[in-house]
Structures are given as C-alpha cells and as structure tokens.
Design a protein around this ligand. Sequence first.
Ligand code: FAD
Length: 790
Amino acid sequence: MQLDNDATSGYFMVVFRVALWQSVRHLSTCAVCSMPCEVKPRFVLLYGSQKGQAQSIAEGVAEVAEEHGLVAELSCLSHNEKYNLEKEKSPVVFIVSTTGDGEPPDNALRFVRRIKKKTLSTDHYKHLSYALLALGDTNYANFCNCGKTIERRLQELGAKQFYATGYADDGVGLEVVVDPWLDGLWKAIKGALSKMASDRTGYLKGEAGDSPQETPDSSIPDVQLNLLSIAERQNCESVRASVEPVSKFASAASPSASATQTAVSDLRPASPAGSPGLASQSHGDASVSTSAPETKTKDTGVPHVELAASLTRSLPPLSESSLNVPALPPLYLDVSLQEVDSVERMDGLLNKDTLYEVSISRAVQLTRGDSVKMALLLELDISAYPTITHQPGDSFDVFCPNRGTEVEDMLRRLGLHEQRNHRVHISLRKDNKKRGAQVPPYIPQNISLLYLLTWCLEIRHVPKKAFLRALVEHTGDAVQRRRLQELCSKQGTADYNLYVRDPSLSVLELLSAFPSCMPPLSLLIEHLPKLQPRPYSAASSCLRHPGKLHFVFNVVEFPACSGRPAGRRGLCTGWLFDLINPVLVFPGKAESSGSPALPKIHVSLRPNCSFRPPSDLSVPFIMVGPGTGVAPFIGFLQQREKERQENPEATFGETWLFFGCRHRNQDYLFREELEDFESSGTLSHLKVCFSRDDQEEEEEEEAEAATTISAARCKYVQHNLLLHSQQITDILLKRNGCIFVCGDAKNMAKDVNDTLMDMIKTELQVDQLEAMKTLARLREEKRYLQDIWG
Ligand code: FAD
C-alpha cells in the first residue's frame, strides 16, 4: 500500500485534490501563501435529540473524528441554515432518537416534515450518501420510529446508504448497539468518501477532455490511492494497536460485542488524581489493551473476603481481564466560584414566567395502607389562571427540586459545602477540544452553587460509561480506579447493567461507594443533564371540575441495593409526597376540618393533540389503563358524562374501559367513580382484573358481582382484551373506532400490543406481517394511541 510519505505522490495529491475535491470542500487556501493546502475530508453529522442522548453521541463522534483523519460538521437538525442536504456531496451521518408515541424529537420535527413533503421527487436526494443511527426503546411501541421514518424517506428520495443502520435499544442498553456501530462508522465513512471521490473522478474524467492539463488521466489512481491510504493507514494502526479484533457491525448486536474503545494502560497503583501519569493519557487514541493490576487485592483497610461481586468488587474473569474502556471525554468547562458580599436568596425557580404557580388544594391517598404501591390523587387549584385550558388527554409538567439532603451531601462530597452560597461562573476552557462545546444553556447566569445543584442538574442521574471513564481520572485508590475502569469497559457491561443501570444508581450513590473519587465541580456540570420536570396526565375534565386539575401518581420506590444502603423514593413523587403528607386525606376518612397551609408547586401545560376522545361522539372507543394508567380516562369519562347531559338526543358510540390492579380491595383506583360511570351508561363496558388476588377469593367476589368465571381468571388487562376479542376487533376493524393505551411502558404496553396483534391475526385470518401492517395503519390513522411511561 502506498502511504502518504512520498514527495511526488504528496505533490500529486495536492494538485489533483484541487480538481477533484474543491467542490466538496476538501481544500482550503493557506492564508500566508495563498496556496491550496490539504485539509481533512469532511462529513456532515446531524442529530435530533429530545433528552440529549443522541446529541451527546453525535458530539462524541465529532470529537473523535479528527483522530480518524476526518472533520465532522456537527449540527442539530433544527439548524437548517447550517447544512444543505440538497447540495451535500459528502457523507451524511444522522443520529436521531424517538420520543413519545414514536414521534421525532422536537428539534427534528421540522426536518421530518420537510422530507415528508409529497412534492419532493424520487431523485431529490440522489446525490446523498448517508448512514443512520436510530435510538429508541423497545418498551415503547414504534421502536426507533423517527429513525425509521427518516431512513424510509431518504431512500424514497433516492439517497444511498453507505453503512447499515443501527437501531439502539435503551430498553437493554443503548451501548449494545451504539458502541459497535461507532466502531465500524469510521471505516464506512472513509469507504464512502473514497467511493464518492471515484464517482466524482469518473465524472471529471468525462470533463477531462476539456482541460487535460488540469486532470491528466494518470493522476486519477493516485488521488484514489491517497484517499484510500488515509483510511487504510488508520485502520491498520488501530488494528495493530488493539489486541482485540475490530468487531463488525453485523456481529455486534450481541451484548458481548465490541465497543468503540480506548484501551486503558494506566494500572499503576493509587496514583493521585491529576498526576502526570493520569494527565498524559490520550483523549481518544487507540492504544493497547491491558491486564488487571497485580495489586487487585491490595489492602485498602477493609478485610478482604471475596464473597460475591458487588458495585465495588468484581470477580474473575472480569477482575483478571484486559479492559477496553471508552475514550476519555475531553474537558471543556472552566468553573470558578466567587464569594459575593450580599448573597441573593435563590430558593425557588428562576424563569417563572412560563410556569404557573398553583396550590395543591386536595391530596387523597387512593390505595389502602397495605397496598404495595401508594397511589395519590392531587388536586391543583388553577382558578387563578383562566388561560390553562386543558383537555382530557393532556399532561402537564411538574417542576421539582433535587432533594435538600442530597444536595447537601453532594456539596460535602465535593468538598464545597462552605462555598454553597458562592456564585458560580462557567465558561468554555481555552484549550477546549470538544466540538460544538457550549456552556449548558439551562444554567442561568449569576446563580449560587446551592441553586445550581438544587434546580439545574439532575444529581440523581445514572452515570453513563463516559462519565465513569472521566471519574477514573479523579480516583486515587488503585482498586477503586480499576473497578471504575471495569464498569465503563466493554468487558464490564454486564456489571455496569447490574450494579449501575438497572438499580438506577445515582452519581451521589456512586461517589459514596468510591470514596477516593474526588471529581471537580466542572466534571459534574459537563456530565449531568438538565434537571427535567416530570410530566403527569390530567385525570379530570374541566367541564366537571372547573378551575381544578387532578392528577394521579404512584410514589416510586427504589429498593436498597449494592451501593444504596437504604431504599429511596423517586425524585418528584417523593418530593410531592413529602409536600402533601400533612394534608393527605385517606380513603373513607373525613377530610380534616383544620386548614393547614396549602403547598404550592410550579407546573406548565403539555398539550397532546392526538390522545383525545374522538370529536365525533358516535365513534366507539376502547380505553386500556391499568393502575395509574387509568388517569386520563377519568378525564375522558367525565367529559363524556357532561356531553351526554348536554346532548340527550345525540348518539354516543360505546365506550370500553379495561382496568387492572393487584387487589380489588387495595388498589382498585377510582372504583366508585368507574362503577358510577358504568351504571349511568357513560361507560358501556367496565372490565377489571386483579393480578394478585387469590383465585378462590376472586371467584367468590366475581360470583357475588354476578360476572363470569372466565373473567375471574383474567390476571392482566391483555387477558381481558383477549376475552373480548371479537367486540374489540369489530370496533377497530369494522366500525372505525379507536383504542387508547395508557400506563406502564415496560411490560403492559408491549403485552397489549402483542395481544392486539394476535387478535387481528385470528380475526382476519392473516399472518404476523399483515397483522403488523394493520396495527401500523391504525396508528397512522391515529386510531391506536398510546400515552405510556416508566
Ligand atoms: P425518578 O426519580 O425520576 O425515577 C424515575 C425512575 O422510575 C425511572 O427509572 C423509571 O423507570 C421509574 N418510573 C417512572 N415512572 C414510574 C411509575 N409510574 N411507576 C414506577 N416506576 C416509574 N406517572 C404517573 O404516576 N402518573 C401519570 O399520570 C403520569 N403521566 C405521565 C405522562 C407522560 C407523558 C410521561 C412521559 C410520564 C408520565 N408519568 C406519569 C411518569 C412521571 O412523569 C414520572 O416519571 C414518575 O412519576 C417518576 O418520577 P420520579 O421523579 O418520582 O422518579
């Protein structure tokens, strides 16, 4: 292979690149000599991201592009002034997530709309070469839908794929697909560049007759060779450098597959953070894999009894394995703290203009005390804001702070407790190497450190592998360093999932388990995402409860685990619970006559234009909402009840509700209200099942309720759906009706989807593919709608 070290070929490369690459901007002009000089080949990198995952992957790609001899032009899909796909001649890489019910992220919406235009011709993107990484979650229906939509349209418009699309599943861990996909991306981009250059060469060859001196035929192979040589050389280097074979994308979908890695060579015992040994580590070069430190069992003051693996301890083979860890993310923020004379008190949310401050006028515990989960109904008094006009199906965001005790613990853990009221200054590092780096826009100016940790950063965030990798650099103890390296390594993926991801271990919990890790504040700001508000579905209709807004939630519980000595509650649900505890009303008990001060919270509305009862009152619809998933349907039915009262002559389509919970007597939410709806005819069919009631007990109760034994055998909503398969398919397939599913995304929504598929298969006597198409059509027609979470 000819490398780029020959003066003659180097000369040819420069000359002929002028001709071949100017149009694709691979040349720039030297400011000093006005001569064209070589610059790295470019590719376009576009992301659409709702919560920042796709963005951070794209930023990571942009950061390491240079090390692969490439320049990435990174842009958000919403910044369409920064890229021009209509004219783009370089490879384009898309990294897009999917949100909600298979919707594009907000910042990709307009792009998707643009490319969906029917007026675009089938060769609109004929010139385009693309690769796509789609992020999604198989717990939700419409897995990776945004990526799939973009891909389908690109292909319909003539674009060519240069690398197999990756579909990463957050349900099992994005990295399972993302890492190997990124591994193979560089070679694919270089291949695409090479191919585009040779296509272009062919094109120029045709033109060469016009200007033979500029593009002599003999130059063409040289140009290609040079381009290839860049790619090949780097591949060779990385292959040579790595003990592990470079994995292929096709074989990478298994959890054991390879990841984009920089191998760790730093196994010196306990070298303090910031030591030269640490500082000299590469920020992304491939280097050699290493083996475990011999001093693994070094005495750390704790008697060493190797019983079982835990968050802080591994067992063979991992503890003895060579590790491939991710590239060290570049530092990009400078953070300083300034003492100020008069400390402004900042104990609430800034930017309140777009939020509504409302009081909680009532709080009711819907479940009995012995229920496994605690479901609460909160009533918000929104009468001061006539502009809040919510419809059934809408949800709204609740803004909650981080827990005070955790903020204090974090301050202490960072050694910054004394500076809690100091003002935080954040700027970009002068030597910042992160592409597209910016000071997080969600952090306001002139805030105190306390405010930053209370309202801006998700300090409960589950650290990603890149964060763990960065923490290694600030960990003094060799054993702890090694364990952090394991947890972020390719080989340690199972342990990462078991001890970090699955139990939702927070950064603070991790820092407590690794006491010698002392990260600077800047690292936390670089890696912790924005503290997000939590959405809740409206559980009331403003026709029935004017000036009020109800919602229902389960208090989320995280059990104790390795690294978490005591269980804890969910952030928002735990905060709400503490707020309303003094005014909480229990089922069947009279409300207190005293009037304790009503707590206030900040909310904003999130209208949902499709998850709405049909506007045509005669359309039949089915609601599936076990547990707190019943919330929006209470609003649906309250509205329907009012409509029936106001339009006694109108024809109303039948309504079905499938509800499920553990025990009839413990967590049957809204039992009375639902039974009233059924007896008044607002709800045509109420189908309820209990997953944990004893069969006998249940059959007795069902017999009392004069319903069928078969109904008593239903454990989950999908069983009940199956029992009424004929009526449901009839509504959906023959009577143009709708089905709404709300609640747990992890199991229920998928099980319901599978059951619907089976029902369609049986009813229409079609195969799986046809049934899938039918369901997809129902979704497209907005007749199969989901509002799911978890
Ligand atoms: P966090 O500290 O953020 O912990 C979140 C963790 O808890 C996640 O790992 C997740 O797996 C798990 N989790 C999330 N939701 C639940 C849940 N409901 N039960 C058990 N575990 C959970 N929740 C409701 O209870 N009622 C609603 O009406 C409701 N409507 C929603 C509407 C939309 C559009 C969306 C996106 C979500 C909705 N949620 C609803 C979920 C809600 O926003 C929160 O995620 C949930 O209350 C947990 O918040 P947290 O801060 O207490 O938990």
